[in-house]
Design a protein around this ligand. Structure first.
Ligand code: MG
Length: 177
């Protein structure tokens, strides 16, 4: 049986999370999954929504970094349009490449959070790297084949987690801080 980690927090999407939530947590680095977290995997370039979101992060002193399992050229093109750093072929659910990246770039795990749409890859890798994490819903219907496969298995677990109140909305945590 697969093991699915419980995320630190849940959000409907990456765009609805107030930046003050990150500030209160002392977050300086936002590691973001790309496909179906920021944009569709079919989007070669960032949508306006993503562009505005990224510039808001930067204005608020939060460094956004794309952590994607997708191939180099796709991740490079997308990230360069946004003018942000990125780690392609990141090896999620494994965390060794992410840990190495953080170490090489002087990124303190305590000041870092990961946002992604999959428990089995994004949240698992974040936990392995010792960083906080937020699970989001997919933003579009289209998925790559491998993601479709993962999602099929993940779906009942997400439902059960929600039922057992293990998916805690970020607003709830924010309200208690
Ligand atoms: Mg994704």
């Amino acid at each position: 049986m697969c093991y699915y980690p419980i995320p630190f927090a849940y959000a409907k999407n990456i765009f609805e999370i107030e930046l003050n939530f990150y500030k209160k947590l002392g977050i300086k680095y936002l590691l973001m999954d790309l496909d179906n977290t920021l944009d569709s995997y079919l989007a070669e370039e960032p949508t306006e929504r993503a562009i505005i979101f990224i510039s808001k992060l930067k204005e608020n002193g939060i460094t956004p970094i794309i952590i994607s399992n997708n191939k180099g050229p796709r991740v490079k093109k997308y990230s360069e349009c946004l003018g942000i750093n990125y780690l392609p072929k990141s090896g999620k659910p494994f965390s060794s490449k992410i840990k190495k990246y953080m170490k090489e770039n002087g990124i303190n795990p305590n000041e870092t959070i990961m946002v992604g749409d999959q428990l089995a890859t994004d949240i698992k890798a974040a936990k392995g790297a010792g960083i906080k994490n937020i699970l989001v819903d997919k933003i579009v219907e289209e998925d790559q084949k491998v993601t479709k496969f993962n999602r099929f298995f993940e779906k009942p677990f997400r439902k059960r987690m929600a039922k057992k109140n293990r998916l805690i909305d970020w607003r709830t945590i924010y309200g208690e801080m």
